[in-house]
Design a protein around this ligand. Structure first.
Ligand SMILES: NC(=O)C1=CN([C@@H]2O[C@H](COP(=O)(O)OP(=O)(O)OC[C@H]3O[C@@H](n4cnc5c(N)ncnc54)[C@H](O)[C@@H]3O)[C@@H](O)[C@H]2O)C=CC1
Ligand SMILES: O=C(O)CCC(=O)N[C@@H](CCC(=O)O)C(=O)O
Length: 493
């Protein structure tokens, strides 16, 4: 499928040239320009919202079977174009092709899961009552703005878009400015699937486009996946608008505790999958790894260091696929080097140094740094492949330290003891808590979200259905009838 790269805004099913400033996306593996275009102006954001508003009543009242039929055509198109789509994601993000193929697969799987969730969590229920029936139904909010991040530029916005339009909302989508081509390709597929005009609109651009959309008065809600900083700004902006629904999925400073594991290689595998997958650019990645001060802990750390040094980092399209591709940009890569240096300056000991591998690219090697003896490390998410090691002597103190964060997205325990896990589960604070499995790779068939600075209790994935509509409770009778017993003091003849 060919993608039109000049007309980058989709308003009322018409591709338009942006009327704002120029911007482009760069392949972080080689510095090539992948996409060039212009941002949406404020007026175009306004027109996109008007188009979504006009389409809303008709779409909300379109039979659910017809809405599902469009979604299913979208799935067929994803399958037909999966290789091209995976290639585009790889070019724009630097992720290896094996991984972007799984991203397209997750997008495909999202539709059936969302349909099931829609029926199970927000379907219609009917209960008999004397002379009447009680119903619980759900209605869409109206026009919702959807903001996506760059790390899963297809799958994560899709996780808001699919349940939103399935529920009967209309959408204005603002993708990450780092991945405009992926967004454009996604919308081309929606158009081909036959989504009526105005149901989904695309406004591309940088922060100013985001601000124009987020601050617009005529939206009914905003679904956001992105950084905690931006999410907090949006939360402030929505103060005083109790009628608007705001769903925030943000970052994490996720802990993984390792204690008494017989299979050292398996523990190392789960630490690497937790910390380094997607070059550490998953919100669920382990940032802080707590390793017991025991012979078993020493063996795990030693093997982790060896295995980390041998991790293959290479171009998305290398014949022998690497575990890690480039980070999203050279700026992000240099940011990780600077974050590591700051920790070293504070007294941390690099066990495997994270290195920027090639100027002009986002390639870095994965790093491990021991921060056990560093006092008061800032509670921030370093969104890249750098694991901070904390050696501990006492399990309870490790759990206290693991909880010593304002975030609360994912957490995990590797331990052969079920008592340890019961104890951990009781005391750890996070929205995703795993035992003897990596803490990345969350299932779309489960709720997905964090507490504290990681979100606002509007879990997505399987629970996205919940924030895509509101419940309506009704008591209904076919005609008005006088009750057999009237309330005391009432005389009606
Ligand atoms: N909890 C979750 O489900 C996930 C969270 N993330 C988090 O996302 C971050 C990486 O994604 P990024 O794209 O860097 O996030 P980001 O916050 O920089 O950008 C997200 C979106 O918000 C827009 N935006 C930025 N500033 C804005 C403002 N002031 N007003 C309105 N819109 C604005 C951007 O243009 C983009 O469309 C990481 O922190 C990661 O942890 C990423 C994936 C999943
Ligand atoms: O939203 C879903 O369908 C499931 C959540 C998901 O895919 N999580 C991934 C990515 C998280 C991220 O964006 O960083 C995961 O847990 O690895």
């Amino acid at each position: 499928m060919s993608v039109n790269t000049h007309n980058s805004q989709l308003i009322n099913n018409q591709w338009q040239i942006g009327l704002g400033h120029n911007f482009s996306s760069i392949n972080p593996s080689n510095g090539d320009i992948v996409w060039q275009g212009k941002a949406a102006s404020k007026e175009q954001v306004d027109a996109a919202i008007k188009s979504a508003r006009q389409a809303h009543i008709t779409w909300a009242n379109t039979a659910i079977t017809e809405r599902i039929a469009v979604l299913e055509r979208f799935v067929s198109l994803l399958k037909e174009n999966s290789e091209e789509f995976a290639t585009i994601i790889a070019r724009e993000t630097g992720k290896p092709l094996w991984e972007t193929r799984t991203e397209v697969g997750a997008m495909t799987g999202k539709v059936a899961i969302s349909i099931k969730a829609h029926h199970e969590r927000t379907g219609t229920t009917e209960n008999p009552m004397p002379g009447a029936k009680a119903f619980i139904r759900h209605k869409p909010h109206g026009v919702v703005a959807i903001f996506g991040p760059y790390n899963f530029p297809g799958h994560l916005p899709n996780g808001h878009i699919v349940p939103a339009i399935l529920a009967g909302n209309t959408v204005v989508f603002k993708p990450s400015e780092l991945t405009p081509l992926v967004a454009q390709y996604t919308l081309e597929l929606w158009l081909k699937a036959g989504l009526p005009a105005g149901v989904i609109n695309l406004v591309q651009g940088e922060v100013d486009t985001g601000i124009a959309l987020a601050s617009h008065q005529d939206t009914d809600g905003l679904f956001f996946t992105g950084s905690s900083n931006t999410g907090h700004l949006l939360h402030k902006q929505f103060a005083g608008h109790p009628g608007k629904i705001l769903a925030l999925e943000m970052g994490g400073n996720n802990p993984l505790i390792i204690k008494d594991v017989a299979d050292v290689s398996a523990a190392v595998h789960d630490i690497i999958q937790s910390g380094f997958i997607t070059s550490g650019q998953r919100c669920t990645c382990a940032r802080r790894v707590f390793i017991a001060n025991t012979a078993n802990g020493n063996a795990i750390l030693e093997k982790l260091i060896t295995a980390t040094k041998s991790i293959k980092v290479a171009d998305s399209f290398s014949e022998e696929q690497p575990f890690m591709g480039a980070m999203i940009s050279e700026k992000a890569a240099l940011g990780m080097v600077a974050a590591q240096q700051q920790l070293i300056d504070m007294g941390a000991e690099p066990l495997v140094e994270l290195k920027h591998l090639k100027p002009g690219t986002g390639f870095v090697s994965p790093g491990i740094i021991d921060v056990t003896n560093v006092a008061s490390i800032a509670d921030e998410e370093h969104f890249g492949p750098l694991i901070k090691i904390y050696r501990y002597s006492d399990f309870d103190s490790a759990i206290v330290e693991a909880n010593n964060t304002s975030f609360g997205l994912s957490a995990g325990l590797l331990s052969d003891s079920s008592e340890d896990y019961e104890h951990f589960l009781k005391h750890i604070r996070a929205g995703i808590v795993n035992w003897n499995r990596p803490i990345t790779g969350a299932s779309s068939a489960a709720p997905f979200g964090g507490i504290g600075a990681s979100g606002n209790h509007r879990a997505s994935a399987y629970y996205a259905a919940d924030y895509c509509s509101y419940p309506v409770a009704s008591v209904e009778a076919p005609s008005v009838s006088l009750p057999s017993t009237l309330a005391p003091g009432l005389i009606i003849e």
